[in-house]
Design a protein around this ligand. Structure first.
Ligand code: SAM
Length: 312
C-alpha cells in the first residue's frame, strides 16, 4: 500500500517556516509527511503536536516520534475537539497545519469502505468510533436528503435519479457494500454519461464521505479554534480539496484579516477594528503541473495561509 504523498510540501514548509524551539500543531497528521519536514528544524526544545481521528495513524506517529529530536505528542481525536482541549490547556502554536480530507492509506485500505473500486463494507468513517457509517446513512436518509447531498457535496448531475434508485433498492434489501452502491449508481446514470467525468460513483462516494465525517459542519468551529490557538506572529495554513471547503476557509481568512469595517466615505474610523491577521498569499496556492503529474490526488488542492499579528 502506498504511503500518503504530502501535497504542496515545499509550499507548506516555506509558508509555516518553524524555527528551533517552536510549537507546531498538525491537525491532520496522516502518515506524517508534512510533519517530518516541519519538525526537522524544531530541535530538542521544540514541540510537535499531532492530531488525527484515525487510530491507524498511530503507527506512523510512532515512527515519526522516534525519528525527530523535538518533543512529540499525539492526540487521537477529531481536530475540532482536540483544538478546544489545547486552548483550555493554554497551548499556543507558532505554526499550525490543516491538510483536510482523506489520506491515501484510507482510500487504499479496502476495508475502510472509501473506495468505489474495491469490494468492502460501506463504512467511510475516518474515526471508527463514530456512530453512523455510510451504510447507516444510505439505509435511513430521506430521498430529499440523499438528493441534496449528492448534488451539493458531490456536484452530481444525476443526484435525483441516484437518490431515487437508492430508495427503491433499499426497499428490497439493505445496501451494505461498496459494490452494491456502485451498481445502483450505474443503474441510475444514463449509459452515455458513465464514461464522462471519471468513475460514475466517484461523486456519490465523495458526498457520503463528507456527510459521514461531518467534514463541512466541523470546519468553521475548528478554524476559529485554530486561529485562537496561534501565538502572536503564529502562522496557519489550510489545504482543502473541495470547493465548499475552500469557500469556508477563504471566508474565514477574509474575516480574520479584515480591518476597518466602517462604510466607505466615513471621514474617521468609528469601528476601531484592526485586522487580527494578515494573509500570507493573496490567492490560494495550488500545486504545479509537475506535482500533479507525480501525484494526481493533489490536483484539487488549494492552500490558504495567514499570520496572526504581533500583539493580537
Ligand atoms: C490528507 S490526510 C493528511 C496527510 C498528512 N498531512 C501527511 O503528510 O501524511 C488527512 C488526515 O486527516 C485526518 N482527518 C481528517 N479530518 C479530520 C478531523 N476532523 N479530525 C482529525 N483528523 C482528521 C484523516 O484521518 C487523515 O489521516
Amino acid at each position: 500500500m502506498a504511503v500518503h504523498d504530502p501535497v504542496l510540501l515545499d509550499e507548506v514548509a516555506e509558508t509555516l517556516r518553524p524555527s528551533p524551539g517552536d510549537v507546531v500543531v498538525d491537525c491532520t497528521f496522516g502518515a506524517g509527511g508534512h510533519a517530518r519536514r516541519l519538525a526537522a528544524n524544531l530541535g530538542p526544545g521544540g514541540l510537535y503536536i499531532a492530531i488525527d481521528q484515525d487510530p491507524d495513524v498511530e503507527e506512523h506517529f510512532d515512527d515519526f516520534a522516534a525519528s525527530v529530536q523535538c518533543e512529540t505528542r499525539f492526540i487521537r481525536k477529531n481536530f475540532a475537539d482536540a483544538l478546544r482541549d489545547l486552548l483550555d490547556e493554554g497551548v499556543r502554536a507558532d505554526a499550525l497545519l490543516m491538510d483536510l480530507g482523506l489520506s491515501s492509506m484510507q482510500v487504499d485500505r479496502p476495508e475502510r469502505g472509501f473506495s468505489y473500486s474495491r469490494r468492502a463494507p460501506l463504512d467511510m468513517r475516518m474515526d471508527p468510533d463514530r456512530e453512523v457509517s455510510a451504510a447507516d446513512l444510505v439505509a435511513t436518509a430521506s430521498e430529499q436528503d440523499l438528493t441534496r447531498w449528492f448534488r451539493t457535496y458531490g456536484e452530481e448531475r444525476f443526484a435525483k435519479q441516484i437518490a431515487r434508485a437508492v430508495v427503491r433498492r433499499r426497499e428490497l434489501a439493505p445496501i451494505v457494500s461498496t459494490c452494491e452502491l456502485v451498481e445502483i449508481v450505474r443503474s441510475a446514470v444514463p449509459a452515455a454519461a458513465q464514461f464522462a467525468g471519471g468513475h460514475p460513483a466517484k461523486r456519490v462516494f465523495q458526498a457520503l464521505r463528507i456527510v459521514v465525517n461531518d467534514e463541512l459542519g466541523l470546519l468553521p468551529g475548528a478554524l476559529a479554534h485554530a486561529f485562537a490557538l496561534l501565538a502572536p506572529g503564529g502562522r496557519m495554513s489550510v489545504i482543502s480539496f473541495h470547493s465548499l471547503e475552500d469557500k469556508a476557509v477563504k471566508r474565514f481568512m477574509q474575516e480574520a484579516t479584515a480591518g476597518c469595517i466602517c462604510p466607505p466615505g466615513m471621514p474617521v474610523c468609528g469601528c476601531g477594528r484592526n485586522a487580527a491577521a494578515e494573509l500570507l498569499n493573496k490567492r490560494a496556492v495550488m500545486p504545479h503541473a509537475g506535482e500533479i503529474h507525480r501525484n494526481p490526488r493533489a490536483k484539487s488542492a488549494r492552500m490558504r495561509s495567514l499570520r496572526r499579528r504581533e500583539g493580537e
